[in-house]
Design a protein around this ligand. Structure first.
Ligand code: SAM
Length: 218
């Protein structure tokens, strides 16, 4: 099974999964293929977050979405499934190898026509986007030191009421561990502090999965 929240023991995790939308055959196969890659599989979002991303995208009426950090495509598949009719998802990643698996899964799920994949450093991709505020929702799940820069490129391009969702913002609890001073932990602390203090947005840090910092543009 892919990543589960560090906040839950086995019993609670099983209960959460048993009482949420069931993982379908496409995602189950994609999860198996991702696990076969080895330790990197822990980057894949888990079933609770999969269901939540689809629900949030649907709830927010998202037509125009951006994902920063695609890996083998699970979160993109979940975002695409929640898009409004005529919707579009731009996916940013630097790995041809991992996103090749993603593209196969998207085709199998019948959402490939909704997704545009851009293989390049995400900051370059975002900086090249038009500056009009047309993005409804952005999901950030790439290199942690890049989060703040991605956010700063995304906020002006977000429509009023649009959302930036940043993953792993509790960082398996290291976020409050005074002994953790590595680059990733420091970057995530800085990101959370910035999003919470930024008066362009309203921010909620949800204790879902590994932590989701959700910022809604005013
Ligand atoms: C945590 S994984 C994403 C997991 C994915 N959201 C999922 O649901 O399975 C992080 C991804 O960010 C990508 N990445 C790392 N640095 C990047 C950068 N500078 N620009 C774009 N993508 C990057 C990696 O190649 C990797 O696929």
């Amino acid at each position: 099974m892919s990543s589960r929240s560090f906040l839950l023991d086995d019993a609670l995790w099983g209960y959460v999964v048993d009482h949420s939308v069931k993982v379908d055959a496409v995602v189950a196969r994609l999860t198996e293929r991702t696990i076969a890659l080895g330790g990197v599989a822990e980057m894949q979002i888990g079933p609770d977050q999969q269901a939540f991303l689809t629900m949030l995208t649907r709830f927010a009426g998202v037509t125009n979405a951006v994902e920063v950090g695609t890996f083998t495509g699970t979160s993109a598949l979940c975002l695409a499934r929640g898009l409004a009719p005529g919707g579009h998802l731009l996916c940013c990643d630097i790995s041809e190898e991992w996103t090749a698996i993603a593209s196969e899964a998207w085709a199998e799920a019948g959402v490939d026509h909704l997704i545009e994949l851009c293989i390049a450093p995400a900051l370059e991709t975002l900086q090249a986007l038009p500056t009009d505020p047309v993005i409804d929702l952005a999901f950030i799940d790439a290199d942690k030191p890049g989060y703040a820069s991605y956010y700063e490129e995304l906020i002006p391009r977000l429509r009023p009421g649009g959302w930036v969702v940043a993953d792993n913002t509790l960082w398996s609890g290291r976020i409050t561990d005074a002994g953790a001073g590595d680059e990733n932990t420091k970057a995530l602390r800085a990101y959370n502090a910035h999003a919470a203090a930024d008066d362009r947005v309203t921010t909620v840090l949800l204790a879902v999965a590994d932590g989701l910092t959700i910022s809604q543009k005013r």
